[in-house]
Design a protein around this ligand. Sequence first.
Ligand code: PEP
Ligand code: MG
Length: 595
Amino acid sequence: MRGVVLRGIAASPGVVVGTARVIGDAKNAFRRKHIHVSKVEEEVKRLYEGVELARAQIVEVSESMQEAAGHEPAAILGAYVAMLTDPLLLARVEGKIRTDLICAEWAVVASSEEILRLFDRNASSAQADTYLLERRHDVEFVSDRIVRALTGRGNRPLAHFTVPTVIIARDLSPADTAGMAKEPVLAFVTEIGTKTSHTAIMARALELPAVVGLNDALTMIRTGDTVIVDGLRGEVIVNPNAIALEEARVRSARHMEFSRDLLSSRHERGATRCGVPVSLKANIELPAEAVLALDQGAEGVGLYRTEFIYIDRFTMPPEEEQYELYRSVVETMAPRPVTLRTFDIGGDKFVSTFQLPAEMNPALGLRAVRLALRRPDVFLTQLRAMVRASAHGDVRIMIPMIASLTELHDVRLLIARATAEVDAAGHARAKHIPVGIMIEVPAAVMLADVFAKHADFFSIGTNDLVQYTLAVDRTNQSLAPLATPFHPAILRMLDVVLRSAEKHNRPVSLCGAMASDPIAALLLVGLGFRELSMESAAVPEIKAALHRFTVEECRDVATLALACEETAAIEELLALSFASRIHDILTGASGERAT
Ligand code: PEP
Ligand code: MG
């Protein structure tokens, strides 16, 4: 036995050995005490003192977040402080102390569990309380903070460690992770989350290994346990034996050597072995990631998911605040281009600021450009901020989820209006800002030749294109194997879009997760893509993979792939054609080359 081996999702690469620190289980770390009726007032007073202390600590973390994640502290602060004084939670807690005669900690945990149960009951009902749906995570976070304050464990910041530590938690909010940015954290392990959850994104940004979606992490791992976190395999080994420790040490060294090798050529331009340039750009969510993108050798930002600006706050982000965020990204990347995508909210991307009604099929509902056109006030604010940011570099505006030409025309009218308003206010801007669309709805593929006449560029969002073409919910983990971009229908769609764009001389990029898979990237180059946008951490790997093949080799494989009738045949073809020559890249370790 190498130790207890737990498997989750590989969310951020690297291998470390460290001591576990379990956090987020404050709800089990106090004694459940009944109180005498004469002590009720005292206990209620203790509750509110705890709330005040928790508030002060959140303020502290929010301030440190500004540096770590580039978020506006006021926005985060507003959301959590509002939760702390939310009658939904506090009135329940006080009521429980008074009527059930229990201590404040117990009352907080019992109340938050009641609210969460309410959430679970309502989660799939049409009358779901959207407020609760969206704030489930915050209820857990805030009650955890109050309990910590009450038990005295909150006297220190959210996390404060003196020895290098592996953080084990059920989930980590952006505030948690950012609060730990300055601590000696070695790795993150969480019970919930996916490759694109906040913990995964932040771990990659901080260059720390992470394994997420690891069921039972809190049951199987105790504070003080020695753990190996393998962010390449998505594996955690608890209390490993000497053999497993030695293996981890070797894998860690190989991975570091491999990363160093990859990064050493980061400032070379992306190109194939025969010298054909392929522009490799970064997808970012937080402004602070722009620096990381540059560091990884990205040639621009191909997708800035601006909806993250709207998360964790109760009020809409004002024009000035958005302008400063966009400007900072544009200035960091200048003279490289930055594609600002207008907010893609709705669907699986809940944002409470909009107070969206519950929908039976959110992915098919009021999302992205549809929501933007329904809320021109909010949309115009964002467009003005984007237009103003164009004064500082090469800015392009991209619209998500376009399904009809009418939508694009309506957006263009609003962009024209935003531009006029920017001029009237006396702000500077670029003379011309290209406006492109995401191709992620099958209708846009079928109309690609039409859109090519009206949009300045295309970027294919395969995450959604796969979801809508194959009718597979992208958030449903049990259907994940069906959601493959190697489906013959998807390859044909990519080919259709490329041909239409080519006819009208429009640049076309691909910014779905597919672009960060080395084998897929080689196929895409073979199909004809000369621009790909991906999470920054993948840029060096994709650059290295492209350097090993000529366009002709890639094109031959792509031609065969387009003729395949089944996913399995495509996958087999790609593995046979590409895998052996990039085995080290696929395994993330230089010593693991195939012989
Ligand atoms: C996509 O759909 O592929 C995409 C890049 O956009 P998002 O993942 O943000 O929906
Ligand atoms: Mg999308």
